[in-house]
Write a protein that binds this ligand. Structure first.
Ligand code: SF4
Ligand code: SF4
Length: 79
């Protein structure tokens, strides 16, 4: 189970989460940052650090934001 970055990241992109991730699994994309679901150890540090509440545990992603789970998977498949 990994954490997922959702839509509030898109205008913000300040990368506070990148600085706190202990396994360096948060990567910058064109419009937002992405968490690599294969590397995330679900420590929750990024969720606490994000100033706009964009980060959720995968099972806790709000309705209407669930496509961000697939978007992250696609991002790392194409990387
Ligand atoms: S801290 Fe939040 S808004 Fe900023 S880059 Fe990370 S997920 Fe996006
Ligand atoms: S939950 Fe922890 S390991 Fe996963 S992306 Fe966030 S800071 Fe990194």
């Amino acid at each position: 189970m990994a954490f997922v970055i959702t839509s509030p990241c898109i205008p913000e992109k300040a990368a506070d989460c990148v600085d706190v991730c202990p396994v360096d699994c948060i990567v910058e994309g064109d419009d937002q940052y992405f968490i690599d679901p294969d590397l995330c150890i679900s420590c929750g540090a990024c969720e606490a650090a994000c100033p706009v509440g964009a980060v959720f545990e995968e099972y806790d992603v709000p309705l209407g934001e669930s496509h961000y789970i697939e978007k992250a998977i696609r991002f790392f498949q194409n990387a």
